[in-house]
Design a protein around this ligand. Structure first.
Ligand SMILES: *Cc1c(COP(=O)(O)O)cnc(C)c1O
Length: 220
């Protein structure tokens, strides 16, 4: 299947309220241009340097999403153009994004990453930490970041019940927070293997890589 037909297939399954982020990490610009020419405009990368390089060489109407672990010392490289940062793990990262966004006179949209998986290797904060960040006065002083929702990754497992429970827990954290913070609108959850379950659980944004671009080859 071509990149174009993969994209069309996924798009045809998506409810209108669900946004597709095409995860292009490790993929060459020629592949990303194929998706672009098929109409895709939102791309996700998990390494800041890679995203910067692709941004520089590609059409400027692309919305670039940082979906990976955010290294604080590299935020400055993406602050002028990044459209949404999914993986904010703590207040220090938020503060750095605010500082760098201010230099470009921008307000950068961010998601707080919640740890819903049972694996230690997955990043993220607890629902309590997210509540603290959203309610704190220190956060309200950060005028150059806008927290618009939550992001989570499920455990890498074949157990669909476990995945569903994890996504449901993220949705319920979101619903609780939204009562106090009605402007929250995005739940980023669901990847190639589990986006259908994620959508059933209330996802509004899925991050799909291999189902669009094919399996990744990390050696090139
Ligand atoms: C790589 C990655 C994805 C996409 O993974 P696929 O299984 O290829 O769809 C989604 N989210 C994050 C955070 C990723 O790192």
């Amino acid at each position: 299947m071509s990149i174009k037909s993969n994209l069309e297939h996924i798009q045809s399954q998506l409810p209108q309220h669900v946004t597709l982020v095409a995860v292009s990490k490790t993929k060459p610009i020629s592949d990303i241009m194929e998706a672009y020419n098929a109409g895709q405009r939102i791309f996700g990368e998990n390494k800041i340097q890679d995203m910067v390089e692709k941004y520089e060489h590609m059409p400027k109407d692309i919305k670039w999403h940082m979906i990976g672990h955010v290294q604080r010392n590299k935020v400055k490289y993406m602050a002028s153009f990044v459209s949404l940062i999914h993986g904010v793990e703590n207040f220090k990262v938020l503060k750095e994004i605010n500082k760098q966004a201010a230099k470009h006179n921008r307000v950068i949209d961010c998601l707080l990453q919640i740890k819903i998986a049972s694996e230690d290797s997955k990043f993220g904060m607890s629902p309590n930490e997210a509540t603290t960040i959203l309610n704190s006065e220190d956060t309200s002083l950060l005028k150059h970041v806008n927290i618009v929702g939550l992001m989570g990754m499920s455990t890498f497992t074949d157990d669909e019940n476990q995945i569903k429970n994890e996504f449901n827990s993220l949705k319920s954290t979101f619903d609780t927070l939204k009562k106090q913070h009605p402007h929250l609108h995005t739940i980023s959850m669901g990847m190639s293997g589990d986006y259908n379950i994620a959508i059933e659980s209330g996802s509004t944004m899925i991050r799909v890589g291999s189902r669009i671009f094919g399996t990744r080859n990390y050696s090139n």
